[in-house]
Design a protein around this ligand. Structure first.
Ligand code: OOG
Ligand code: MG
Length: 260
C-alpha cells in the first residue's frame, strides 16, 4: 500500500504551512503524484481554506517565464489560487512569522472585468476581459525543502503561494505596452534581476489565456472582479529578515518590501 494518497498529501501540506515546516517532495516516495493529481489536492485544500473563512480572490500562474522554469527545473506553467489571507498592503513587511523561506518575484497583475471561460481563449479575447493592469510582487514560499519539487508536488502545494502585494497605480490594458514593460528587482539597493512583460509567455495576456484554458479542464472559469497574478517575470530573490527588496516597473510604479 502506498504511504501517501491525495487526502494525506493535502493534510500534510496544510500542516507544513501552519507549522512552518518544510519537507522533501512527495514524488520521491509517490512518483504517481502527477499534475492532475496535484490539481485535485490543490482544489481540496482550497475548499479547506474557504471552509476556515478565507475568501477566494483569484488565480495565480506559476512558471510562466523561462527564468522561473529554468531555476525550478519544471518546464510547464500551471495555475493555483489566491485568497484574502495572502494579501499584503503596500508598505507591509514580508510576513516572516507565517513563512518558511520567502522569496520575492515581480508580477504583472490583471483585475478582470468579464468572466473568462475556456477552452479556446486567446491572448486577444483574454485581454478584452481585463479591467485594469497593475504591477505587483509575490512573496512565494514552498513547503518543500530548498524549493526542490517536481510538477505534481508544486501544483499540489498551490504553486508555492505565500503572500502578494499589488501596487496601487492601475492602467487600462489599452494604455500599456505589456511586451515592453520593464521591471528591475533590487536587493539592498543592488540590481539583481531584470525582465520585461515579454518574458511571461511572450505577453502576460498569453498567461491569462493559458489560465482560463487550463481551468476549463476542471470546469472552472475566471470571474469578474478576480485578480490574476500572471507569474514571476524574473527569478525570485530571497527576502530574509533585515533585507530590503524593491520591485521597480517602467510605468507600473514600484514597491519596497522590508524583509521584516
Ligand atoms: C513555483 C511557482 C511560483 C511563479 O510565479 O512562477 C510562482 C515556485 O517558483 O516555487 O508563483
Ligand atoms: Mg508567482
Amino acid at each position: 500500500m502506498a504511504k501517501w494518497d491525495e487526502e494525506s498529501v493535502a493534510a500534510e501540506l496544510l500542516a507544513c504551512e501552519a507549522e512552518r515546516r518544510d519537507r522533501e517532495p512527495f514524488t520521491d516516495e509517490w512518483p504517481e503524484l502527477d499534475v492532475d493529481t496535484g490539481y485535485r489536492i490543490q482544489d481540496a485544500n482550497l475548499e479547506k481554506r474557504l471552509a476556515r473563512g478565507e475568501k477566494l480572490l483569484g488565480v495565480k500562474l506559476g512558471l510562466t517565464s523561462e527564468a522561473k522554469q529554468r531555476r525550478m527545473n519544471v518546464h510547464a506553467p500551471f495555475v493555483a489560487w489566491v485568497t484574502d489571507d495572502m494579501v499584503m498592503a503596500v508598505g507591509d513587511p514580508v510576513p516572516q512569522a507565517k513563512l518558511i523561506h520567502p522569496r520575492i518575484e515581480p508580477e504583472i497583475v490583471f483585475v478582470m472585468k468579464d468572466r473568462l471561460e475556456g477552452p479556446g481563449v486567446t491572448r486577444e479575447s483574454a485581454m478584452a476581459a481585463v479591467e485594469s493592469v497593475a504591477g505587483g510582487a509575490e512573496v512565494i514560499d514552498s513547503r518543500y525543502r530548498n524549493f526542490r519539487f517536481r510538477a505534481g508536488d508544486v501544483v499540489a502545494d498551490n504553486a508555492s503561494s505565500g503572500a502578494y502585494v499589488v501596487i496601487e497605480k492601475t492602467v487600462s490594458p489599452d494604455d500599456i505596452d505589456l511586451i515592453a514593460e520593464p521591471v528591475e528587482v533590487y536587493v539592498d539597493g543592488k540590481l539583481e534581476q531584470t525582465g520585461t512583460g515579454a518574458d511571461v509567455q511572450g505577453h502576460p495576456g498569453e498567461a491569462l489565456a493559458l489560465a482560463a484554458n487550463d481551468l476549463a479542464r476542471r470546469g472552472l472559469a475566471i470571474e469578474p472582479g478576480q485578480v490574476v497574478l500572471t507569474g514571476g517575470i524574473t527569478d525570485a530573490v530571497f527576502a530574509p529578515p533585515g533585507s530590503t527588496i524593491e520591485v521597480r516597473f517602467g510605468t507600473l510604479g514600484s514597491v519596497t518590501i522590508e524583509g521584516g
